[in-house]
Design a binder for this molecule. Sequence first.
Ligand SMILES: O=C(O)CCC(=O)C(=O)O
Ligand SMILES: [Fe+2]
Length: 426
Amino acid sequence: MPDSGSYHHHRRKMSSEDENFDEKAQRRIIDAKVKARPELDMCGWTKFNHIEKFDLNYRPDNCERIRIHQVSTEEFIAKYEMKYRPVVITGVCDDWKTMEKWNLEKLAKKYRNQKFKCGEDNEGYSVKLKMKYFVHYMKNNQDDSPLYIFDSTFGEHPRKKKLLEDYQVPAYFRDDLFKYAGEEKRPPYRWFVMGSARSGTGIHIDPLGTSAWNALVMGTKRWCLFPTNTPKELIKVQPNEGGNQTDEAITWFSVIYPRTQMDDWPKQFKPIEIIQKAGETVFVPSGWWHVVLNLDNTIAVTQNFCSLTNFPIVWHKTVRGRPKLSVKWLDNLTKHLPELTTIAQRIDLNQPTGVASDSDDSSSSSSDSECSNPDCSCRKSCNSDNDNNRNNDDDDDDLQISTTNKYKRKRYRSTSVSSNEDNSNK
Ligand SMILES: O=C(O)CCC(=O)C(=O)O
Ligand SMILES: [Fe+2]
């Protein structure tokens, strides 16, 4: 494989153009790395030598699979969605243009100078790299837990929104009740996801009680999923175990995963394990803990949703986590789907949902404030992406907005925020 710098037949000698590209790529990548993980010095990125030590070829899978054309939407809802049962769906991407258009070469060409979010700085602002540099990084890095594109703004961007033309929301997931909160106000809900081997997402629960589908277009992802009532202490890497890599997926698979395979691990908390191949879509029901590691270069698209099925849970968590948004949302729901208003009004906000949030003090707790947790490894923060709204104080009285920028930056730092502050506004 030619590296990203060489387009020419004579590869023995790099042209000065190529050298310039490589140097500039290097500079931009270092810049992004320093911003995204200031606690790591340059050696900190390769300290554990996971590139040689971590076995990417161990590939366990015990998850049920269904074919989209063999299971109707009604059947899917009854058998999986209503039972909050994870499943892998095959055949979803068969007629997507992604299969032909989403690969490193074509993306590096078509989106060459477009910037994609690949991290967050200490203040909670996006760290971005141009596609051409990120692809170069994917092909060349040896990092333990590499930078990872997780971009939720592509759909609103004049150029990047072309990506929307290449896939469709699978038939099972067409309900999208958050659209009634307004395209501007609704929490981020779709992400373009791209990263090299060893990158991934640490263990978390998706925000606001939403469920998700995650369609893999290229490469292989390894997943572990745990039921919502799994004790946090059992499955989270403790600060003293992970060094400054506590939240990284590869740390999780090195430290916690082996314990899940021991005889003394509680049977009811055994993980569902998935080796997701290109063309497969994972359904993650509301409240499930999950952790994902890329086993090679991967490209995926994922969306979170509120459906008629999970609405009671999402409503409950939205009222608590995003009170102001919930008012506007209910207003519009009343206009468009009046029967949901009744359901919403009947939900006792003082009763626990039975579905955990990442920010809960314990998974059985009913405290549902969202995204104020400094330890949260969820890349799908439930507030609008801070990209475009550096100065947007519009939503200031929503719990998470007023806390997120303050606390989120602590993700990789010691937790200096007392946990009772997490649950203010209740
Ligand atoms: O693909 C990944 O890294 C996992 C993303 C994730 O957590 C999700 O889709 O909810
Ligand atoms: Fe997730």
